[in-house]
Write a protein that binds this ligand. Structure first.
Ligand SMILES: Cc1cc2nc3c(=O)[nH]c(=O)nc-3n(C[C@H](O)[C@H](O)[C@H](O)COP(=O)(O)OP(=O)(O)OC[C@H]3O[C@@H](n4cnc5c(N)ncnc54)[C@H](O)[C@@H]3O)c2cc1C
Length: 759
């Protein structure tokens, strides 16, 4: 009998693990209970009807779901989601983020995702026009002159750098997201000012908005002018009292009829921090549109609307500039008083009325995945190149500082993060090029690329010591250091992106049932609520079983067809995903609508989601690039680093639920179990030696890691000079160590010039 019970339990657990319908496992559970325990008639008198009730939707809806909905409404447990939040939630599409929220990520599908490549035309543009503009730009001069040179501005316009996202049919160059990203990356490695100036017209702004929402005549007029730089655009959303909370903007537009009876809009606006604002000829303006006399017959409050306002309009005030930490790109306040525009100036004309917030959410999400990850990887690759070369060339205590273990630790982080960021940049952009708009993953990319950019620049500067502190033409990192907080602040400041967007948006957007349940509750649709709620219960049960079994087996219950190294981390990711999905359901149920305010908890969930993504992207790169032996070390280092981050986040969640009995249960028992059966530890010290060498040894591996940045050929240029010194230093390495050996053995006297000896 024990044998049969054992088999039944194994089958039951297997069914739960893979997730089958209740109709299949419920009878089996009944059999297990029947054979295992003597439960008595009374138990079965309750148990069997309860099972029937659960399995029959029509009964279940009336007897269980209806009272439950009543209770949820009475206790006010339903999370409130405003219309603007709904718009943000609906923006974009679900991509691999959905896999991580599922608790059962399909890695076969993840590994089949596109790993993109540049077209010949894009590669050509990178090797020629982009190299040329980089060569023309001397970042030290840009800082001294406080602007790009007139020749560079003209070249950018002539070669249509401002029209990378504009299709050829409108006079642009019509690059893919990867091509666009590669250009920005290369520029960022040369000059942040050059990159930002080029990035903004190609990011969230008039061109992007027109392409998606503009009328045909708006496209025909503006896109060719934007592509060749006749018009310089900016996008004006932020205001003195509306930054992160962009829905609270107070710039307004009022519908009125002019003397000839034409319908017009009178604008009042006060914007700040607007990139290219001072020189823009066309302003993409976000404002709240009102129709106090109901001229359009759509009511008084028409909502956030975006329009194109030419800067030569009467009442527009521009010209003053901010000074963004000394980085001399154009950034300024903008204001307008009684500026009159027509309905045709609204993006999308009348159809675009009130659609501004949706437009912004959809376009911002894509910008986050391209612009800032591209400038960040450009900066990170430059930091990697400079730090490695400098560490090799610079000697202290008689040896190259690259040989000190302390330096190795920093170099290893730089090399590891560089590989990981480039992997995730390409992976994300592949999805964007395939037509996806992964809003949550783009937020992950925005946050981590800019944070890692700041971290890598800091490490690289520490390695350079005083040479990175003294400003001058040879200081290759200081300007990137000044620019790092800019990237952290724009397009959703990072603290909010971590605490509110990554998980907050993800949990509603990517969870298979949460949003559907909320919608059903809002509509009072008992049938729909019943369906999603019971599917949700099954989902939670499945993930609880998966989390337990994967944790007990340390992930080995997941079978992977990938190479052994990838499979090792894939198993842990599947385990992490099951735990993440189960705990997500737990915190949603436990905190209810107040989860949104529990930012310390949601931030850690955001971290887990992020590291699952960043590690998956790393594995994808390793597999897509042919599992090169020399790349194993990156996978090992990033794999351990990411799992350790995930582990720490789980531990901190368990420790910080709250002070209730459930909170204490998590803090005193679950926490210790999670700690003892840890998913990962920090990368081993031995990895750092090999990783540091990726940056301190010249050759293909170093080039491949930092591929796509601008390296000047001229040795009169700072980076060219450092590169040359680096090559000479490594070539001389063996001779120098021979000389040192001779001195050590006493055959050669220290401090005596060989030249004098020869004389
Ligand atoms: C150099 C530069 C260029 C810019 N370019 C443009 C542009 O071209 N167009 C444009 O419209 N705007 C632009 N901006 C504005 C930028 O988007 C805002 O600065 C940004 O949205 C943050 O707003 P804020 O500066 O008012 O900070 P605040 O919103 O006051 O935020 C301050 C801090 O509070 C945090 N925070 C806010 N809310 C929350 C929350 N709910 N939970 C946790 N933390 C929170 C933020 O993360 C931040 O750390 C630019 C800004 C800079 C600095």
């Amino acid at each position: 009998m024990e044998y049969i019970i054992f088999i039944l339990v194994v089958v039951l657990l297997s069914l739960w693990f893979v997730g089958v319908k209740a109709m299949v496992w419920m009878p089996l559970l009944a059999l297990v209970l029947f054979f295992s325990f003597d439960l008595g008639l009374i138990f079965w008198m309750f148990y069997i009807p309860l099972n029937i009730l659960i399995l029959l939707p029509s009964l279940r809806q009336d007897l269980l779901s209806r009272p439950l909905v009543g209770l949820i409404n009475k206790l006010g447990l339903m999370p409130r989601i405003s219309d603007t939040e709904k718009t943000a939630l609906r923006a974009g599409t679900i991509w691999v983020d959905g896999e991580f929220f599922s608790g059962k990520p399909n890695f076969d599908a993840i590994f089949k995702e596109v790993y993109p490549h540049l077209s010949e035309e894009e590669q050509d543009f990178l090797d020629n026009e982009t190299d040329t503009v980089c060569e023309m730009t001397n970042d030290w001069d840009v800082f001294k002159q406080r602007d790009l040179s007139a020749e560079v501005w003209q070249y950018l316009k002539d070669e249509k750098f401002f029209g990378m996202i504009i299709p050829k049919s409108y006079g642009g160059v019509g690059f893919s997201a990867l091509g666009h990203s590669a250009v920005i990356q290369k520029m960022a490695s040369r000059s942040q000012v050059l990159a930002i100036t080029t990035m903004v017209p190609n990011s969230l702004g008039p061109a992007e908005l027109l392409l998606h929402y503009g009328t045909q005549s708006q496209k025909d007029y503006y896109l060719p002018r934007l592509a060749d730089g006749r018009d310089i655009p900016c996008f004006a959303l932020t205001e003195p009292l509306a930054g992160s909370d962009a829905t609270s903007i107070s710039s307004s537009g009022e519908i009125f009829k002019d003397k000839s009876g034409n319908i017009k809009i009178r604008l009042q606006f006060e914007k700040r921090y607007i990139t290219l604002g001072a020189i823009a000829t066309v302003i993409g303006l976000a404002f709240v549109l009102k129709d106090p006399e109901n001229i359009l017959g759509k009511g008084e409050d028409l909502g956030i609307t975006c329009a194109l306002v030419t800067s030569n309009k009467r009442g527009v005030k521009q010209g003053r500039q901010h000074d963004p930490l000394g980085v001399p790109f154009i950034n300024s306040p903008l204001s307008g008083k009684n500026v009159v525009i027509g309905l045709d100036d609204i993006i999308g004309a009348e159809e675009g009325i009130g659609q501004g917030w949706l437009m912004l959410m959809e376009s911002l999400a894509v910008g986050r995945g391209i612009s800032l990850p591209s400038t960040s990887t450009g900066g990170v690759k430059l930091g990697a190149r400079v730090a490695g070369a400098y560490a090799q060339v610079r000697e202290q205590f008689g040896i190259s500082i690259a040989k000190f273990e302390g330096i190795e630790i920093e170099l290893a982080k730089i090399a590891g993060f560089t590989y990981m960021l480039d992997a995730s940049r390409k992976f994300t952009i592949g999805a964007i090029d395939a037509g996806k708009k992964p809003a949550v993953i783009n937020a992950v990319m925005k946050y981590h690329s800019t944070e890692k950019f700041r971290e890598v620049i800091n490490h690289a500067m520490d390695i350079q010591g005083g040479a990175a502190i003294s400003l001058g033409e040879r200081n290759l990192l200081a300007h990137a250091y000044f620019g790092a907080p800019v990237a952290i602040t724009v397009e959703g400041a990072n603290i909010m992106t971590r605490t509110l967007i990554q998980f907050g948006q993800g949990v509603i957007r990517c969870h298979p049932y949460a949003y559907k349940e909320i919608e059903a509750l809002e509509k009072g649709d008992i049938k729909a609520f019943d369906e999603y709620f019971f599917k949700h219960l099954g989902f939670t049960l499945r993930n609880m079983v998966r989390m337990t079994l994967l944790s007990l087996s340390r992930g080995y219950l997941h079978l992977s067809s990938r190479s052994s190294l990838t499979a090792k981390y894939e198993r842990k990711l599947v385990w992490a995903s099951a735990s993440f999905a189960f705990l997500t359901d737990f915190v949603m149920a436990y905190y209810g609508g107040s989860l949104k305010q529990k930012e310390k908890i949601t931030a850690r969930f955001g971290d887990i989601l992020s590291w699952m993504y960043l590690l998956s992207a790393t594995l994808k790169r390793y597999e897509s690039e042919g599992k090169r032996a020399e790349d194993r070390i990156y996978v090992q280092w990033i794999g351990d680093y990411a799992l350790n981050e995930i582990q720490e986040a789980f531990e901190q969640i368990c420790l910080n639920i709250d002070n209730s009995i459930i909170g204490k249960f998590f803090a005193y028992s679950v926490y210790w179990y999670v700690r003892l059966n840890s998913m990962g530890k920090k990368p081993k010290d031995v990895y750092s030696k090999s990783l540091a060498k990726k940056l301190t040894v010249p050759g293909q591996e170093r080039d491949s890691l930092t591929e796509g940045i601008y390296i000047p050929h001229r040795t009169t240029e700072s980076l060219g000079r450092l590169e040359e010194a680096f090559l000479f230093s490594t070539q001389a390495d063996s001779i120098i160590s021979k000389v040192k050996q001779e001195i050590h053995s006493g055959r050669l006297q220290k401090g005596v010039s060989l030249y004098e000896d020869a004389l």
